[in-house]
Design a protein around this ligand. Structure first.
Ligand code: ATP
Ligand code: MG
Length: 196
């Protein structure tokens, strides 16, 4: 290490909140991505980078990353099941994605809750409405099938703050925080036998 006279520039990190799959779900997503890629061509996303972005923050200085971690820890949101059964493409195949037929309300609430908390804390976030998707292929040359078959069932139990390092072979990601989602409140009791 060399000593610099000037204070070092604050280290900035490219960060975003995401749902990050466990190994089982990542394998299922990867299998779907490969099937779709066989049809579309283009650049298959790496298995270990498959994710669903909740909110993108971009380059942030270290102290703002700490603020993001506090904000995430304070967020109350519920766990849910995510069924990825649809595929599609945006921007003439630049993004080929897998997504749910209908966004689960708990996912919409998680994304909105995050966005609200981020804005309240002075972060600039996407103004476009949230569109739940996992990018599977980039720069596809042919349209993808409309369905993911078999669908990928993703039990979502937590969310993560990710750091992204852009490189020649695409981005590499690192988990810099992970927070559990709470079990949904049970509002109906199972119908029991009245024998006890
Ligand atoms: P690469 O940029 O190398 O193709 P990447 O897009 O996966 O890889 P990042 O650019 O760091 O890596 O983006 C991380 C995640 O945030 C991705 O899911 C990306 O689609 C999403 N994202 C990036 N920029 C924005 C943006 N301006 N608004 C919303 N989401 C974004
Ligand atoms: Mg990008």
């Amino acid at each position: 290490m060399t000593e610099e006279a000037a204070a070092p520039a604050p280290e900035r990190q490219r960060v975003f909140f995401a749902l990050w799959p466990d190994d089982r779900v990542a394998s299922a997503l990867d299998a779907s991505a490969r099937r779709i890629h066989a049809q579309t061509g283009g650049r298959l996303m790496r298995r270990d980078g498959l994710h669903l972005t909740l909110a993108f923050l971009g380059e942030q200085p270290a102290e703002r990353v700490a603020a993001l971690q506090r904000l995430a820890a304070a967020l109350a949101a519920e766990a849910f099941e995510l069924d990825l059964s649809c595929a599609g493409a945006w921007q003439r195949g630049r993004i080929v994605w897998g997504g749910p037929e209908v966004t689960p309300p708990a996912l919409a609430e998680l994304a909105a809750g995050l966005t609200d908390a981020l804005r309240a804390d002075g972060f600039e976030v996407e103004r476009r409405p949230f569109a739940a998707h996992v990018t599977l292929v980039r720069n596809g040359r042919q349209p993808p099938p409309r369905a993911i078959d078999p669908p990928v069932r993703w039990p979502v139990r937590d969310f993560a703050l990710m750091r992204s390092r852009l490189g020649a072979e695409g981005a590499r990601y690192e988990v810099i925080g992970r927070w559990p989602l709470s079990s949904p409140a049970v509002d109906t009791l199972p119908v029991g036998r009245s024998d006890g």
